[in-house]
Design a protein around this ligand. Structure first.
Ligand SMILES: *Cc1c(COP(=O)(O)O)cnc(C)c1O
Length: 480
């Protein structure tokens, strides 16, 4: 046994296999199809092996895993993936993520992972600085904006009810003064799920109509605040909505809401990153006045999943909504225990990848990433939108835009235009050269263009435009 290399160094062989497979994937992104090529039955057939009675050697498990997923891994790590809002991973943050798993710390308490507690403390300070948020705000590194909404809105729920003499953490919501949520109609579905999880429910949300540019008008908000003025109120604003990247006029809306005692929560899942760019920062003027903010690391910052950030202007409200003390835990007074700010108990040291990405890119690197991707989004939308058979629906002001492919036949209906749009999107995916998603925006099917990946280059834009041209080429198949 003592002479067995695998016994003495059980990790080496399997990690070397993983390293080779990872490089094979990453270094082949330029040649591999961006969309999936394997079907669902194929993937189930390959991966759905019987659970073995006896274990297998780890290198064999990893080799077979890499072979079995073939065609089922999207090329989202590469530069020609423009679907949803999905970033890749910078080399430094990927490497840091590997180390996170190797160290395998429980980053819930300083005592269980001292270095990682300090790393998160540093990340919080760097992020607030980069995103232009108040230095005194508290923060939590969570799995994504979904849970960041839960954190921000839990703090809101605490603060609004505490002001009315109601201790929601002990009394719950039954019998509490009913909270209402005023929201731009452009909000993301994760907000509703956060409200459901927090027991506020979705019926308390009033949709306020956004204007043509996707922004919530001040007079609309003022009128809504005047009705039921006594009710505890959360105002939900958008820093970059999911379809067109619209920014609410924060400097106007937030003081208005505060004058009525409302808590202002900002969804900036990707859009908050515009603050890192001198060219785009003006879109966020006044956002620092809000009470809680949400953004993602795994989108525009290009760190691996899962990585989102919540920030709360009132640390006491944040802490009161989540902190817990137990006799078997080792709490420290001076260090920052993540457990006091996060909804998880045991958790991954997810600050490590963020720490690495921020050092790897630096202030200028993040600004450049934001500006470059915005420029490419603009170029993609304007160039694809000017191809015969295409039209621009939304010209990007940041990294999001919309294109549509109308049905050219005389007398074509809206339903025909919608169908044609989906058909062209599918045609682009079939080329394997680029990936875009569809959306329905103001009643019309559109192709959504989102550029978030640090790797996207001028050549990638050329290839994506060529793919769109190719998908538009063939005569439309007769529809039945
Ligand atoms: C992606 C997104 C979310 C959800 O973020 P997750 O990280 O997927 O939880 C919320 N709001 C907006 C505007 C988004 O783009």
């Amino acid at each position: 046994m003592d002479n067995n290399a695998a016994y003495r160094a059980p990790y080496r062989a399997v990690l070397e296999r993983a390293f080779a497979h990872a490089l094979a994937h990453l270094e082949n992104l330029d040649r591999a199809p961006v969309a999936a090529t394997a079907t669902l039955p194929e993937l189930r057939g390959r991966l759905g092996k019987p659970l073995p009675d006896d274990g297998l050697p780890a290198p064999q498990v990893i080799d077979e895993l890499a072979a079995d997923v073939a065609g089922g891994i999207l090329g989202s790590a590469g530069g020609r993936f423009f679907g949803w809002v999905i970033g890749g991973t910078t080399p430094g943050s990927l490497a840091a993520d590997w180390l996170t798993s190797a160290w395998d710390q429980n980053a819930g308490l300083y005592a269980a992972g001292p270095a990682e507690a300090v790393i998160e403390e540093v990340c919080g300070a760097w992020l607030k600085d980069l995103l232009g948020l108040p230095a005194g705000a508290s923060f939590a590194l969570v799995t994504g904006s979904q849970m960041a909404h839960v954190v921000g809105l839990a703090a809101a729920r605490h603060a609004l009810l505490a002001r009315r003499g109601w201790d929601v953490e002990s009394q719950g919501l039954a019998g509490a003064p009913p909270i209402r949520v005023l929201s731009s109609s452009e909000r993301h579905g994760t907000v509703e799920r956060a409200l459901r999880l927090l027991g506020l429910g979705t019926a308390c949300v009033s949709d306020l109509a956004a204007d043509e540019a996707g922004r919530l008008p001040a007079d609309t908000l003022a009128a809504a605040l005047r009705t039921e003025a006594e009710r505890p109120t959360i105002l939900l604003l958008q820093a970059g909505d999911l379809n067109i990247g619209a920014y609410d006029p924060f400097a106007e809306l937030i003081p208005l809401a505060h004058a009525h005692g409302a808590w202002v929560h900002v969804d900036g899942a990707f859009g908050l990153w515009a603050a890192a760019s001198p060219a785009h920062r003006h879109l966020l003027a006044g956002v620092e006045l809000a009470d809680s903010w949400v953004t993602d690391g795994h989108k525009w910052l290009n760190v691996p999943y899962d990585s989102g950030y919540a920030f709360v202007a009132d640390p006491a409200a944040h802490r009161a909504s989540l902190s817990h003390r137990a006799s078997y835990l080792t709490h420290t007074e001076e260090a920052r225990d993540e457990l006091d700010w996060n909804p998880e108990w045991s958790r991954r040291g997810r600050g490590v990848a963020t720490y690495a990405a921020l050092r790897e890119l630096g202030r200028r690197g993040v600004a450049d990433l934001v500006e470059r991707t915005c420029r490419y989004a603009h170029e993609l939308v304007m160039r694809i939108g000017s191809l015969p058979g295409a039209e621009v629906v939304w010209e990007p002001q940041i990294n999001q835009g919309l294109v549509r492919f109308p049905d050219g036949r005389p007398g074509a209906t809206d339903a025909d235009h919608d169908r044609r749009t989906d058909e062209v999107i599918a045609g682009i995916l079939q080329t394997g050269e680029a990936f875009f998603g569809g959306t329905t925006w103001r009643g019309k099917r559109c192709m959504r263009v989102s550029v978030c990946n640090w790797q996207t280059s001028e050549q990638d834009v050329e290839r994506a435009v060529a793919a769109a041209r190719q998908a538009l080429q063939p005569a439309r198949p007769a529809t039945t």
